[in-house]
Design a protein around this ligand. Sequence first.
Ligand SMILES: NC(=O)c1ccc[n+]([C@@H]2O[C@H](COP(=O)([O-])OP(=O)(O)OC[C@H]3O[C@@H](n4cnc5c(N)ncnc54)[C@H](OP(=O)(O)O)[C@@H]3O)[C@@H](O)[C@H]2O)c1
Length: 312
Amino acid sequence: MDGYIWPRFTFHVDFILVSIMLIVFCMIYRWWSSETIAVVTGANRGIGFEIAHQLASHGVTVVLTSRETAVGEEAVKVFQEGGLNVAFHQLDIVDPVSIQTFCDWIKETYGGLDILINNAGVNFNFGKDNSVEFSEMVIQVNYFGTKNMIKALTPLMRPSPAGSRIVSVTSRLGRLNSKRNGISNIAVREQLENVDLLSEEVIDKTMNTFLEQVKDGTWESGGWPHVFTDYSLSKLAVNAYTRLMARIFEERPEGEKIYVNCYCPGWVKTAMTGWAGHVTIEEAADTAVWLALLPDQFVSGKFFAERREINF
Ligand SMILES: NC(=O)c1ccc[n+]([C@@H]2O[C@H](COP(=O)([O-])OP(=O)(O)OC[C@H]3O[C@@H](n4cnc5c(N)ncnc54)[C@H](OP(=O)(O)O)[C@@H]3O)[C@@H](O)[C@H]2O)c1
């Protein structure tokens, strides 16, 4: 008799134990579901398009945004035909009306969001060029536009035990202490380096100083990065803003945490590089998705490349 009861008993105990372990595993490693809302900016093409694809493939509901409605709707069709849960909304990250309309829509439609991927960006230099002709636009879109999105969407981040996530696509070109492309003005560098001294005013002032020097023709002696100066500075500013926001978000109560990080995707085959890069969009999107879906553990205010932390 015992011989029959024990195996059945152990089967039940094993089953329950395995089920509990599976539930715990899922809770730790898969905190998201189809109820999780991820917004990707500038996702009609390039790295943003692939980030949207990979996030949706993980089962997250993705809001693909694009400044041009027609191209955004075309991009979304590709995903929807493949059965992925991807919606579209117009969003120009430097247009206040567009941002407000988008915020109202996301609140009304989903009650908020859980993941923000700041991918939208511009660069007008190729190869050895270093023109500052479009520097106003580069700084506006890459830095002020990214900041606009963080400011507008932070109040709509939904509380959750795993925390909300912000990931910004930046660049190693924006490394503060790079020997080849850093800022040689020590006073400016020290202000941007020390997270306790860092403020939005300091970062804004640095960008505005550069733009004023562009206007009066003195920027070349300003001690700025030598390669793609406007672009590198815009990404350096987003990197600094990431560290600043991580410090500010640290004070949020448990259950309302927001983790904010940035990463460099490498030199990627997209329109931005004239398809000259050597990294595919699939490889480039990987670290963004990995950061966005990290299990519930505190990683914030860091800079990554290929899933590894690197120095600012
Ligand atoms: N490619 C690289 O090697 C590389 C390296 C390091 C970092 N990154 C960064 O990766 C991100 C994606 O770049 P990518 O290589 O995929 O370039 P991309 O193919 O040129 O894509 C850039 C995207 O940003 C959008 N965008 C530009 N201005 C916008 C605005 N004001 N509002 C909303 N969207 C806007 C573009 O929209 P439109 O189609 O309407 O122009 C496009 O969808 C950028 O932030 C870039 O700086 C790229």
